[in-house]
Ligand binder design. Structure first.
Ligand code: UT7
Length: 351
């Protein structure tokens, strides 16, 4: 028994935000952003009307239709995001409600693995399908970054990169041994957890970090106060990133984890028909392409249009590639991701 991708879907908000638009809020330029990241524009969801869940639901409906099933057939939901609607509960149950399938016996699981959330989700879904536990798993990666970014010059290294969007797949069992997920490789190393993170609000109260920079709890309560005035005053409720460390680690880990998947399946880089890397930075993807000696037509890049959509980037790119006819039956498709945690991973799929 193998796991096949039975349907793909994606959705990006209509609102296009160009690099020039961002120059109204922060000291940056179109030239800087294109030179360092390749990004030309990104999409932002409509405030008060859309959320991570509603973006995910649009992608999910497309994937469900593409798989030729109905929402009622879904027996398990996996939702990967770092920008959930609520601190809790997670987006999985909200998506179930949005799809109108609260009456069915489905479970819902939320994944907090940031840029590699979709790859981790595929691996989890693969185990559930191979064990015979589920027959139609809906896996969604969705982000609404625009609600949580720092639009001042202080936050420019992070803010210019990220965009909103969602991608989804439906996974089903197949008895065709020449089709489906061949292997998944997952890795993590928490050494640099705070180097690409949104630390507040959280339960740490400065404990692990030992510095006021991360905000101590309010001493006037028996517990703490989740969001303190100091966090608001000191602009601590935003993501931070040590960009160069992330970049340098990513360009090593991407090729490593792709080669690991190929070795596990006795395949080589020349067997890859399409590489769909997490859209972190065009320069990272180009570096990986060069290291693996892949031609341009074998690598999917859409970061120019959408920016980095974290857990959504691979399923958006995969869905676009499939709907554009770039993925054909029998193709060997390789997915790879690296990001916050650090966590990274790869997946090989025979389509
Ligand atoms: O998907 C999650 C994983 N994330 C990534 O993969 C991101 C990996 N890292 C990167 O993509 C790059 O590190 C960035 C694009 C984020 C930044 O590029 P960089 O070449 O590493 O720049 P830097 O952070 O080293 O900063 C260089 C200079 C600094 O100015 P000074 O100190 O040299 O005067 C920054 O303040 O560029 C400045 N800078 C900017 N200038 C204009 C940083 N961001 C911007 C900006 N516009 N948006």
């Amino acid at each position: 028994m193998r796991t096949k991708i039975a349907g793909t879907g994606h959705y990006v908000p209509e609102n296009v935000v160009t690099n020039d638009d961002l120059t109204k809020y922060m000291d940056t330029s179109n030239e800087w952003i294109i030179e360092r990241t390749g990004i030309e524009e990104r999409r932002y969801a409509t405030k008060h009307k859309e959320s991570t869940t509603t973006l995910g639901a649009k992608a999910a409906r497309m994937a469900i239709k593409n798989a030729g099933i109905t929402a009622e057939d879904i027996d398990f939901i996996i939702f990967a995001t770092l920008s959930p609607d609520y601190y809790f509960p997670g987006c999985g149950v909200l998506l179930q409600r949005e799809l109108g399938i609260t009456g069915i016996e489905a479970g819902a699981l939320d994944i907090r693995n940031q840029c590699s959330g979709f790859v981790y989700g595929l691996s989890i879904a693969d185990q559930f399908i191979k064990s015979g536990m589920y027959k139609n798993i809906l896996l969604v990666g969705a982000e609404m970054h625009s609600m949580g970014l720092d639009f001042s010059t202080e936050g420019r290294n992070v803010t210019v990169i990220f965009g909103d969007g969602a991608g989804a797949v439906v996974l089903q069992p197949t008895e065709d041994e020449n089709q489906g997920i061949l292997t998944t490789c997952l890795h993590s190393d928490g050494t640099h957890a705070e180097e690409l993170a949104m630390i507040n609000p959280g339960s740490h109260g400065g404990y692990h970090l030992g510095t006021e920079k991360f905000g101590y709890p309010d001493p006037s309560t028996p517990g703490g106060v989740f969001v303190t005035q100091k966090m608001v005053d000191d602009n601590m409720l935003v993501p931070n990133m040590t960009g160069q460390l992330v970049f340098k680690t990513a360009v090593v880990k991407f090729p490593q984890v792709i080669k690991e998947a190929l070795e596990k399946t006795n395949l080589s880089t020349s067997d890859i028909d399409l590489l769909i890397p997490h859209q972190a930075n065009l320069r990272i993807s180009q570096f990986v392409q060069k290291t693996l000696r892949l031609s341009d037509e074998k690598v999917v890049n859409n970061i120019q249009k959408y920016g980095n959509t974290t857990a959504a980037s691979i399923p958006i790119a995969m869905s676009e590639a499939w709907h554009d006819g770039r993925i054909k039956d029998g193709d060997l498709v390789c997915l790879a991701a690296f990001g916050s945690g650090f966590t990274w991973g790869s997946v090989l799929i025979r389509w």
